[in-house]
Design a protein around this ligand. Sequence first.
Ligand code: PLP
Length: 458
Amino acid sequence: RVKSYSEKDRKYHLHPTTPLKANFEQGPTVFMERGEGIYLYDFEGKKYIDGLASLWNVNIGHGRKEIAEVAKEQIEKLAYSHSFNRFSHDKVVQLAEKVASIAPGDLNVCQFTSGGSESNESAFKLVRHYFQLKGMPAKNKILSRYRGYHGVSLGATGATGIPAFRQMAGPPMVEGFIHAKAPYCYRCESCQPECNGECAIDSILNVIREEGPETIAAIIVEPIQGAGGVIVPPQGYMKKVREICNQYGLLMIADEVITGFGRTGKWFGMQREDVVPDIMTVAKGITSGYIPLGGVVISEKLHREMVDLSDQSKVFAHGFTYSGHPTACAVAMKNIEIMEEEKLPENAYNLEGFFREGLEAIKESSPIVGNVMSRGLIASLEFVQDKDSKKAFDPSAQVAQRVFESALKRGLITRAIAIDHTDIIAMCPPLNITKEQISDLLQILEDSVQEVSKKLSV
Ligand code: PLP
């Protein structure tokens, strides 16, 4: 069955985010058939720990019948209806109210989308619209950080700071996106020893001064840069970004697409920083991947201001066919209900220390693990040739990719991330994982790291 599907896949399916040639020549080799809890099972019945919650999104784990029941019920009753202009429906209102109840501060007003890229795109247009309404149309640039990932639509790619994603989008890139340094202390070149994020803050300030604050509408930050390597900012960094936004009149957008819905041990990643942004973008965990949905959540203050500044002739001309899709909203409600009932954000919080200790133990015992980054149930290891000098491996050694392959063979799915000579393996398991299952994950990871390090004969 794998062979026959693989051949058809090569012929008919253009894979997302894939080395085209290699995938076309080889064809995909892992076909998933079903999922249950933290596990996935392929066509041949092989069992895998879904150590990345698929694409950082299956927070409640696989195979939840309750979700299927809710979706069936809603499809039978009202599968779809839109919420443009004067139309609305119960499910979109219920979900918006629910999101407001768990979001920090006065982030109480939500417009829904179908995913993370659309949510960020919406946030960018929304902040531009806000400053247009205020009579400041030149205040329109978006400042983001290198290593940030905000999606693949053209605007979101403009904000993204990972070279591979930018290179295939342009030139020309969309105008108005500017970048500052990531708060990646382990790899901070300009001020070793570790500067605790000061130089990353300086970098933001320098960009603001160079461009002029009157030309910048917003700063977008992931509370933890996920696709960039699980870069956890140093203590106090986000508070400083918030202060910069206040000082220069910029809106702060938190891209919570990965960190939202319990991942870091609180409902939202910014709650671990005690920072309330003006706008939050969400997707992934809002439905745990059971159905596509995203959203942009704005503060009540911002909403009020926009309403007051609008006159009858002004239309907020932005929204998608599937903004507030009833079935997607019903699924999201059930998903959040499950997270509440099973206390999944708390589970992530409580297991943070145990997960971290296990990763630190792997670092101690392995000559090639130079750094551990983690918060809640999202984590990564960075591989180095030499721990003292932090010398990276040559990219051709593909160390993280080899660890990924070895773990896959042993039944653990992770993510290899190779950016700018950094070789990182990321983990982000479903939030209903148990201590015992984390131990299994860590054991496979350790064995895989050991196998690769022996082959490298470090
Ligand atoms: N923002 C972040 C932080 C993400 O990690 C992702 C996807 O991984 C996106 C935005 C884009 O989301 P989507 O793939 O749903 O468009």
